[in-house]
Design a protein around this ligand. Structure first.
Ligand code: PMP
Length: 424
């Protein structure tokens, strides 16, 4: 039963690996944008940005089992899947980003990006953006100052980490017409004072706040300052990249910049552990001279087969276009709801990367975290899986599989309307 599994889970698994619900469903299987529990009840999965092409995709299953049956090994051997996938990945990035490292997760990708930048510049310091989340490894955790994801962040930050103000135009320290310039100036000061940095890293959409777009011109100005100071610019695309935005494949396109290093994970493996760092050849080559890198399972034949097949599916099923069309439709529906429900303070994001910010008061923007949690519980009763995000946990995180249909988008909007109308 669900309770048996929960009991066993709580007994054997670290407590911190808890999930969000008070009485979570016992999920048995997935199919496209749906998950089905032990009792045969089906839920719409609006939150699973890992299963980007959908759960249990038959074409992916077939490719993976074929490769499992042939060969899985570490990346030292000369097999076709790693060459093919690396080339496919490199071709997705603009010049001069042409060299790939393969790892197993987003945290590893971020750690590796920092280490590459530190090795290349022979410097230690990293400028990052406050209230962000970049991962759990020592390096990625050090630059993750989100208090929701990392309650100890403020006390454990090492001296090489320099967070600048979160450039959040909705809820940050600066708002209004001159806010962009003030956030840029704040970053400039951090980059130009003190020890020159190895890198500046941030997500091209402010993910931990539910996908708030960066201020116009923020990355062009900050990247220019970082480069003038001899540092490298890292874009963390783990969550936002890979087509989910619909109107762009990569988040950095929205800001019209090309980073020096890009980190990716999540969507590229559709749930299989897979991450990557893509950079310039001269930056990558610093490891041949001064550094070392080897990942036992990163870039394995199975991982690379997953990666190539996911890209084939995104292309052949037009999933990026689907994310634009369905995402725009969903946004219109939620914005309509906001007219009757002032509790919807804002709809952030783009495409199927969306955050619905819930507030107690539309004027003060006082956050509504308890209501957000209760609404998620009620939505579960109605057959929709949606979860809280944001540093204040008052944002509905909407990052469904990119194969979401218009009927499913409408079902979500109808159930949200019902919950807001009837209460929770
Ligand atoms: N960077 C960002 C922006 C993320 O959202 C995450 C995961 N939520 C990570 C890095 C870490 O990825 P992983 O959980 O695969 O280690």
């Amino acid at each position: 039963t669900s309770a048996d599994v929960l009991g066993l889970r709580r007994q054997a698994l670290a407590e911190v690996q808890e999930n969000y619900y008070e009485d979570p469903p016992r999920i048995e299987r997935g199919w496209r944008q749906h998950l089905t529990d032990l009792n045969g009840r089906t839920y719409l999965d609006m939150v699973n940005n890992v299963a980007a092409v959908g759960h249990a995709h038959p074409r992916l299953n077939a490719a993976v089992s074929r490769q499992w049956n042939l060969l899985n090994t570490n990346s030292r051997f000369n097999y076709r899947a790693i060459a093919e996938f690396s080339k496919r990945l490199a071709d997705l990035l603009p010049d001069p980003l042409d060299t790939v490292f393969l790892v197993n997760s987003g945290s590893e990708a971020v750690d590796l990006a920092l280490r590459l930048a530190q090795t290349f510049t022979q410097r230690e310091d990293v400028v990052c953006v406050a209230e962000a989340y970049h991962g759990w490894t020592i390096g990625s955790d050090a630059i993750s100052t989100s208090t929701a994801d990392n309650p100890h962040a403020l006390t454990t930050r090492p001296s090489w980490v320099h967070p600048v103000l979160a450039p959040n135009m909705f809820r940050g320290q600066f708002r209004g017409p001159d806010a962009a310039a003030r956030y840029i100036e704040n970053a400039r000061q951090a980059i130009e004072t003190g020890r020159p940095p190895a890198a500046f890293i941030c997500e091209p959409f402010y993910g931990n706040a539910g996908g708030v777009p960066l201020p116009d011109g923020y990355l062009p100005a900050v990247y220019e300052t970082v480069r003038a100071a001899g540092g490298l610019c890292v874009a963390d695309e783990v969550q936002v990249g890979y087509g989910r935005l619909g109107h762009h494949f990569w988040g950095f396109e929205q800001q019209h910049v090309t980073p020096d290093i890009v980190t990716i994970a999540k969507a590229m493996g559709n749930g299989h552990p897979l991450g990557a760092v893509i950079t310039r050849r001269d930056i990558a080559e610093t490891f041949s001279r001064n550094g070392y890198f080897f990942s036992s399972a990163g870039g394995s034949p199975v991982s690379c087969t997953v990666g190539t097949t996911v890209l084939d599916i995104i292309a052949d099923e037009n999933l990026q276009q689907n994310a634009a069309t369905i995402g725009d439709h969903l946004r219109r529906r939620v914005e309509q709801l906001a007219q009757d429900h002032p509790m919807i303070g804002a709809v952030h994001g783009m495409g199927l990367y969306m955050g619905v910010e819930l507030v107690r008061d539309p004027h003060t923007l006082a956050p509504a975290p308890d209501e957000t949690a209760a609404i998620c519980e009620r939505m579960l009763d109605l057959g929709v899986i949606v979860q809280p995000t944001g540093d204040l946990l008052n944002v509905l995180k909407i990052k469904p599989p990119m194969c979401l249909t218009i009927e499913s988008a409408d079902f979500f909007a109808d159930m949200l309307a019902r919950t807001l109308r009837d209460g929770w």
